[in-house]
Write a protein that binds this ligand. Sequence first.
Ligand SMILES: [Zn+2]
Length: 474
Amino acid sequence: MKVSDIDLLVKNAYVVTMDSQRRVINDGYIGIKNGVITEVGLIQDISPEVSAETVIDAHGALVHPGFIDTHIHLLYHNIRWANEDGVGWDTGALPIHGEYGSLLGQGLTEAVQDSDDIAEASIKLAALEMARNGTTCFLEAGGVSQGDLAAQCIEEIGIRGMLGGPFVKDISPDNPVSTPASLDEAVSNMGLELGRNTNPDSLVRGVVTISGMGSASDELLLAAKSMADEHGVIFNMHQSYWRGDAENDDLRLGRHPLVHYFDIGVLGENCTFSHVNIVRDDEMRPVIDSGMSISWCPIASMLYGVGGSIQGKHLELYKQGQNIALGCDSANWTSSFDVGEQAFIALLTAREKTEQSDALVAEDVFEMATINGAKAIGMSDTLGSLEVGKKADLVIRKSDLPESFPELDPIRSVIFSSRSRSVDTVIVDGQIIVKGACSTRVDEQEIFARSNEISQDVLERLDRSPPSGPWKRI
Ligand SMILES: [Zn+2]
């Protein structure tokens, strides 16, 4: 194909392909047509007189597949940092994750889930944040009952999203604010977004998601796995976030949960469980033998001192070839919706835990943020690497940041020093959705103003004030 036949040419790029050979192409180019990568190679192989409709000169900057966030919740951006700092994740007066918090929190959860205005403001802010941080696709881990509204907001920002629908559960081990459904009711609320998959070009797709963390009977788990098998999608849930829910599972099941799930046939290659901060020795083999994926959310553990980065086996499983991807979780359970930051923190925690400076290197976490993420969301055929035939989802870094110089090790520069501040251009499905680090699609100021307005409105409705903190405010 001549380059003149393509829509978009990215040239003079340091291309990190993430293909099976992990090729890195200095002075590379990428050709894109109809949202698909049609060429990847050395710039010297392009004839100088040909041109594409749009040409982006990367000026030597690093270009990589878009990051994939394998665990997020869209609805809680309006209440980010609404609790006092230091409040526990399971005791806060406001829910930080939809499911947890006091009865007052439950009121807010219902308000968030029932109000289209609140949902829209949160989803747009969350999706914009992901886009600007170089995330091109995410997996929503449950809680969104307004699927059409969510899809509309996500498409407006221009990224890809995998939606799981509302929280689904049929038992409630220890959470007083949580109302379990009957098994039939739970099953009928499962897979509500799968209809989106009939359109192969849709940016927003559906997967099978249940709430998890001890809130599903064996029957519900098996129904979810079987629905995922039938529809060729992943089955996602939370699992073993902290010692407490893992121990609840132990008591309820009479053995460690991952051993039990493997034995009853729930685990498989299309299973992606989030957190999995507690893995006992006898749970290693079931996890490995099943070929399941784990969404490692290091900051979601560290922010509340849960201990997952110390007790977890993410590093050990990764070293044994397990598919470990990265996730941010929800607004109050992470620093920001920034997979690159999770990657950096994951690397640091692995080194600190093992007292080994090579426990993980930059290339390892780059893998977790891209190709492993694609596998974890069931999209490894189309996403996660820059290869001919794959969807054109990529990030072009800035070439003029102090943190990027000298250019001795561009991959380490991105993970260690320039991080998301070096995101310049983000392309999804061949469309430029972020340019010069700003959205090309939406009025960002409008989204920011709306976030403030809605957050005030939510606090007023609950007769609460913003957190006061330890310092005197005048
Ligand atoms: Zn979650």
